[in-house]
Design a protein around this ligand. Structure first.
Ligand SMILES: Cc1cc2nc3c(=O)[nH]c(=O)nc-3n(C[C@H](O)[C@H](O)[C@H](O)COP(=O)(O)OP(=O)(O)OC[C@H]3O[C@@H](n4cnc5c(N)ncnc54)[C@H](O)[C@@H]3O)c2cc1C
Length: 428
């Protein structure tokens, strides 16, 4: 027994001796983690970025990259947007097509000046390609040490540092700051951030890749179909390069449980049920298995930092509760994490008191949007309301423009808080 303990201690000491010291260790190389590492490097701070996967790797997603993604890439390096928009891994998207439960639709451009020439306001790119695009930028940065194929499972806070490793006998790094960007199933966020899955603030999603779906939009507008049986969730069809389409369903988890819904079964049933969809999928073929994953929604404020750590992206539950957009928010929180890391390093203070500013900045930038989206999610329970708005917008250009601005301009989205907005919508 004594001998066992001694061997363990010797092992631990030898690992501690061999382990590498770093100021910032980033767990997860998705958009949140990769963006944090890239912004850190742009400030001259080195980091270790660790992922369990080897890139390129798939991530179940709708693959739609919003204007927010574009603006963060621009902040990082304007060349990146040109590089992305001229590459074959994406298609540019100019707007969104809303289908109401009565199956009428409206086409809402992302920008008021549509159709304008130049780069599209948003993109759609398979995550296997887009995430690898970011990782390619990471690989160009000497200040980032990228470690793939390494699943971290051991985290211990000791002497104001985090020890991270494969298990308690295999500790790889000691780090002053741990940026947990390990996605929706983050074990770190659960254990140390005390973030639980709350079904009314969580969404279930499935994704299918098809080829030969017909009648896709000529300017790659993404399609959101608010069908009665899915409200407040939706069915989507997003165009992809090479004539493929990302097709899926998202539904809040409490509603999935209440209705005992099986989303994988529902997908072909919906395509079969609606004649317009049936026609469009007549020659369509699945090119991969239908896969599901969780979406932790930002419809509730949670603490997203603590002693020596920051939670980024899905690990911090920052997905927009109405649109399901999480890539932009993951990148935004990664960018803010780098700002705070710089401050903490300069003051050599990685305490929860200093890191709390991360929560303040992230929510200052996102909370208006997240809380309005929560309100929209609640409104979207009512199918009749969708029918009304879509009917109205299809006849009225002002209503169309107002809806269009809602996607780009938060000030206009915040009109939703004012009774006068509804008055204009009703009688405009
Ligand atoms: C069905 C579905 C559809 C969606 N559609 C859209 C959409 O169209 N547009 C949009 O903007 N958002 C969408 N989202 C949300 C979006 O996918 C996420 O918000 C986004 O991926 C969050 O990025 P992230 O960097 O936080 O996490 P992730 O992209 O999940 O990256 C986490 C990384 O951490 C790694 N990792 C995990 N655990 C460990 C560990 N223990 N050790 C080492 N590495 C680890 C993983 O391998 C992964 O690479 C969708 C989500 C789903 C499920």
């Amino acid at each position: 027994m004594h001998l066992e303990k001694l061997t363990y201690k010797i092992k631990l000491v030898s690992f501690l001796w061999r382990m590498q010291k770093t100021d910032v260790c980033i767990l997860g190389g998705g958009p949140g983690g990769a963006t944090a590492a890239l912004f850190l490097a742009s400030k001259g701070i080195s980091s270790v970025l660790i992922d369990k996967a080897k890139f390129p790797r798939d991530k179940i997603c709708g693959d739609a990259l919003s204007g927010k993604v574009v603006s963060i890439l621009n902040k990082l390096n304007p060349e990146l947007v040109n590089k992305l928009s001229s590459s074959s891994i994406q298609v540019g998207s100019f707007g969104v097509k809303f289908f109401a439960p009565n199956l009428k639709n409206i086409r809402i451009p992302f920008k008021k000046d549509y159709p304008a020439v130049g780069n599209a306001p948003g993109f759609i790119s398979k995550r296997i390609d887009f995430d690898n695009f970011l990782i390619e930028q990471v690989k160009l940065q000497p200040l980032i040490q990228l470690i793939e194929n390494t699943q971290l499972k051991y985290f211990k806070r000791t002497n104001n540092e985090w020890l991270v490793g494969l298990n308690e006998n295999e500790i790889l790094f000691s780090s002053k700051l741990l940026v947990a960007a390990d996605g929706a199933h983050s074990a770190f966020a659960r254990e140390f951030g005390k973030i639980e899955v709350e079904h009314e603030h969580y969404c279930a999603g499935i994704r299918a890749y098809y080829k030969n779906v017909s009648a896709m939009d000529e300017d790659n507008f993404i399609e959101l179909h608010f069908l009665d049986e899915l409200l407040p969730g939706y069915f989507w069809i997003f165009p992809l390069p090479n004539g493929q389409a990302n097709v899926g369903i998202g539904m809040r988890s409490d509603i999935v449980s209440k209705r005992k819904a099986n989303l994988k079964k529902l997908l072909p049933e919906i395509i079969e049920k609606y004649p317009s969809l049936k026609e469009r999928f007549k020659n369509a073929e699945l090119v991969d298995d239908v896969k599901g994953y969780g979406l932790p929604l930002g419809s509730k404020k949670r603490p997203i930092s603590g002693d020596g750590y920051l939670l980024v992206g899905d690990a911090g539950s920052l997905i927009d509760p109405f649109t399901g957009e999480g890539i932009g928010n993951a990148m935004l929180s990664g960018m803010v994490a780098a700002e705070i890391a710089l401050k903490a390093k300069n003051q050599n203070d990685f305490s929860k008191t200093l890191l709390k500013e991360y929560d303040e900045i992230v929510y200052r930038k996102l909370w208006n949007e997240l809380s309005l989206s929560k309100r929209l999610q609640n409104l979207s329970k009512h199918g009749w309301l969708f029918n009304f708005v879509v009917n109205k917008a299809s006849r009225n250009k002002t209503v169309q423009e107002t809806l269009s601005c809602m996607f780009n301009d938060l000030d206009i989205r915040s009109q939703l808080r004012k009774p006068s907005f509804y008055f204009k919508l009703l009688f405009g």
